[in-house]
Ligand binder design. Structure first.
Ligand code: SAM
Length: 313
């Protein structure tokens, strides 16, 4: 396997994301009873960061709800670069038992997640199905409806092999999530991966949350901050504009695609919910938050007819 000196810094971005989510959760932005089992830090982040994460988590949640309204639980969720995301457990608490929920990340990250799941009965009991075995090794864990596996997403053959191990069914409607993941992956590897997904699955929607409008001064600052932490932003080409985000998906074989900046996504969150969270913390001035919202987006691409009208209002 090729050695990438920056992989370690990329894996560390998960700690950062998890810390930020925990900060916002602790302040009451949204409910998550599980993140604390994965990340100990309770450092309070700036209000702009907390609100940014709120919009990110809500935006993805809105799309998952729309997806589940169409498919019910007879579907698959494939969470790429899952980090310590707790979506599986939050959906269980909301009454969902998804047919197959699959999580992939570097083995160093999945081994930590597996370790936390194995030793925590609140996490473990929700993946347990009566009379069924849970199989695991240090980096992978297989339960009947939940699989987490260590893999390098740059290697399509390895990904294909892992999905096979998780008994992923290419004919079942599938939603892919890639929250701040593709930006770290070289464009060619990302193309190969997306093309493979769009050609294998009959009915799928691919949800990307990541940077956009990286071609202005604020974007430059964001990129140099990330680079100064040692991360290669090999996939940043697709983050230049909303159009480049859409084009990447189309060029990779998706039948249609749309992209929204987070200003649009935030405005689509029900007003009562926005009012509630806007009272949680004071912002000095809204300018920085608006700029952050302008520099992140949600892009969706679909294959098959089921999701072609999926949109953020
Ligand atoms: N999606 C999670 C979230 O939003 O909380 C974690 C986001 S974190 C910024 C990016 C994640 O992508 C890290 O956990 C990292 O290890 C994973 N990742 C990046 N490149 C990867 C690759 N080539 N193979 C597997 N995982 C990768």
């Amino acid at each position: 396997r090729m050695f990438h000196p920056c992989d370690e810094s990329v894996q560390a971005t998960n700690d950062d994301a998890s810390e930020c989510k925990r900060s916002a959760i602790k302040l009451g932005y949204w409910k998550d009873d599980y993140i604390g089992y994965f990340i100990k830090s309770t450092e309070r982040k700036a209000p702009e960061i907390n609100r940014g994460y709120f919009a990110r988590v809500k935006g993805v949640e809105i799309l998952i709800e729309k997806f589940l309204q169409k498919t019910g639980d007879k579907c698959q969720i494939i969470n790429l670069g899952c980090g310590f995301d707790t979506l599986y457990w939050r959906l269980r608490d909301a009454g969902h038992m998804i047919n197959n929920f699959v999580e992939l990340d570097f083995p160093t990250v999945t081994s930590k997640k597996c370790y936390f799941i194995k030793r925590n009965k609140n996490l473990l009991s929700k993946i347990y199905v009566e009379d069924e075995d849970i199989r695991f090794n240090p980096t992978d864990l297989h339960a009947p409806n939940y699989h987490i596996m260590g893999v390098d997403l740059r290697n399509v053959d390895e990904v294909a092999n892992k999905l096979k191990q998780a008994e992923v069914d290419f004919t079942v409607p599938t939603i892919f999530l890639a929250e701040c993941v593709l930006v770290y992956i070289e464009a060619q590897n990302c193309t190969n991966l997306l093309k493979w997904f769009s050609s294998q699955f009959q009915t799928a929607v691919f949800v990307i949350y990541e940077q956009v409008n990286m071609n202005d001064r604020f974007g430059d600052v964001m990129l140099s901050n990330l680079r100064s932490r040692g991360c290669s932003l090999a996939g940043v080409e697709a983050c230049i504009t909303l159009d480049t985000q859409v084009l990447r998906l189309i060029n990779c074989g998706f039948s249609g695609a749309k992209a929204y900046d987070m200003v649009q996504v935030y405005e689509s969150i029900p007003i009562a919910e926005r009012n509630r969270i806007e009272r949680l913390e004071m912002l000095d001035e809204g300018e920085l938050l608006t700029q952050l919202f302008q520099h992140y987006c949600i892009a969706i691409g679909w294959v098959g007819d089921l999701f072609q009208d999926v949109e953020i209002p």
